[in-house]
Design a protein around this ligand. Sequence first.
Ligand code: IMP
Ligand code: MG
Length: 179
Amino acid sequence: MADGDFPVLIEEVSIQKRVEQLAEEISRDYQGSDLHVLGVLRGAYQFTRDLSTKMGLPHTVDYISVASYGQETTSSGTLQLRMDMSKPIEGKHVLLVDDIVDTGITLNWLLDYLKSRRPQSIRTCCFLDKPSRRQVEVPTDYVGFPIEDVFVIGYGLDYQEKYRDLPFISRVSPEEVLI
Ligand code: IMP
Ligand code: MG
């Protein structure tokens, strides 16, 4: 893909407006409880940061990293913990924040893993959702935008590790996707 040649699917202002709405909703729902935000690296780094800064209630933030896609654009189904969280989540109200839920395999794996660490509650917040691609049923408690089955980039999402820095959501067309 030529640099600078990025069709805009979701504009930066729309992203920021939606993140603000989600942050307000989450703040309302967790009023009075100790919220622990757990972002999934690397895809959700921008979303987690923006969500966290827009939330009007005290909360803690941590990150976890799993290896899923590698260089490909379809899930391999095998997951590996790349970096564990830095603090235990036992007894905490955890909000798991991810960039996108596609087949659901990653979120499902993470939920299983985190539940074994006995949090008091756990909910998910995904910036994007591709419902038509789901292979595993997973709870999506907060969703930024549902999208069609296209491979998207930007706002933390990558294609072969590039384009995470784009402030808007763009797409990679099928003929450009090498797998
Ligand atoms: P799942 O396990 O199939 O749900 O895939 C989840 C992970 O795959 C996400 O956290 C992303 O890292 C990656 N992914 C899925 N779809 C896309 C996409 O359209 N663009 C970039 N990354 C994606
Ligand atoms: Mg990811």
